[in-house]
Design a protein around this ligand. Structure first.
Ligand code: DAH
Length: 339
């Protein structure tokens, strides 16, 4: 019997020493001391032991059980310490390591240019409004005095959704929405995306941005238009910048003009940048055509107004001396990072 017990003890200790985790230790406890464990089995055989020997044998079994439990407990304490130490080690933070660098986002040149234009006009008391990109033919053409047979309406230029609905080709459509509201006077700029069926090249894209301007009030004159745009040009391109107006034609303005700014690279002497002319064209403008006012319910005898349309990409390209419009749409980080 003694031998048997010594065997069980040895086997148990061997298993305890071999255990590599708390779970494995628990398994040893169950297999050695549990209901189906070797010791319990041994106790079942007590009935074969002479009654006078039973207390002695019982004591021996209990001693062995006690010894195994002690070894188990010690192993458990040691194991728990190891687990704790491993966890601490894995959670250590080395405060001397260099911090991870945040990658900074950059604003797109278009966004910078737009914010600049908005800042200038908000400073002059203008409101910033937005109009829909999907537009009715009426707002994009009809109401802007562009009759059905006008070349701009040719399907080569315009993306039609159906015969009545299209992608706006100009932010001028927003003028009509604002005039229809009837809240006079109006002093607004309307930035936004426009669409034209153009092939992509260094100066064209099927989708680009414009900033529309519209002022309607009593006694607004061409002099107001000139003063406003001269101020804008100075703020946008520097205090020395001059403006020049060339007669032009737009169906929705009369008279109409194109506005040039003196080349901010050479100061007007002529350089590669302004193709030797000293001037750079930046926008179209004019006095709102009386017929356009009338169609939107404004009395042209009481009110007059001026309007202008700026190509936003053109401003961004000029300001940052970018020579290919495609760069603005590729969103190459190496390019965008520079602004
Ligand atoms: N909508 C014109 C275009 O896309 C630009 C323009 C010219 C807008 C004259 C105006 C304006 O408001 O008065 O070419």
């Amino acid at each position: 019997m003694k031998e048997k017990l010594a065997q069980i003890r040895e086997e148990a200790i061997k298993q305890i020493e071999a255990a590599k985790s708390l779970d494995q230790l628990q398994a040893v406890r169950v297999s050695q001391l549990g209901k189906k464990g070797a010791l319990t089995e041994l106790l079942k055989g007590m009935k074969n032991v002479a009654p006078e020997d039973r207390p002695k044998v019982g004591q021996l079994v209990n001693e062995t059980r006690g010894e195994i439990e002690k070894v188990l407990e010690e192993a458990k304490v040691k194991m728990e310490r190891l687990v704790r130490e491993a966890k601490m080690k894995s959670e250590v933070i080395d405060v001397t390591l260099p911090a991870k660098k945040n990658t900074m986002g950059h604003r797109h040149p278009n966004t910078i240019a737009l914010e600049e234009v908005e800042r200038i006009f908000i400073g002059m008391g203008y409101e910033v409004v937005e109009g829909p990109e999907v537009e009715k033919d009426y707002y994009n053409f009809e109401a802007l005095n562009i009759p059905a047979d006008h070349p701009a309406k040719d399907e080569q230029d315009t993306f039609y959704i159906n015969s009545d609905i299209l992608l706006r080709t100009q932010t001028s459509s927003t003028q009509v929405h604002e005039m229809e509201k009837g809240n006079l006077p109006i002093r607004m700029i309307a930035p936004g995306r426009v669409f034209r069926a153009d092939e992509v090249d260094a100066t064209h894209s099927p989708s680009f941005h414009q900033v529309e301007g519209l002022v309607i009030d009593k006694n607004v004159t061409f002099a107001d238009l000139k003063g406003t745009l001269a101020q804008m040009a100075k703020e946008l391109f520097g205090p020395e910048t001059k403006v020049k107006f060339r007669p032009h034609h737009f169906p929705f303005t009369e008279p109409s003009a194109e506005c040039d700014v003196s080349c901010f690279k050479c100061g007007g002497k002529g350089c590669r940048f302004c193709k030797g002319s000293g001037w750079i064209e930046i926008l179209g403008c004019g006095m709102v055509h009386p017929h356009v006012l009338e169609m939107s319910g404004i009395d042209p005898d009481e009110y007059t107004g001026f309007a202008f349309g700026i190509g936003l990409e053109r401003i961004a390209l000029l300001k940052y001396e970018i020579d290919d419009m495609r760069l603005l749409y590729e969103n190459d980080i190496r390019f965008l990072k520079q602004f």
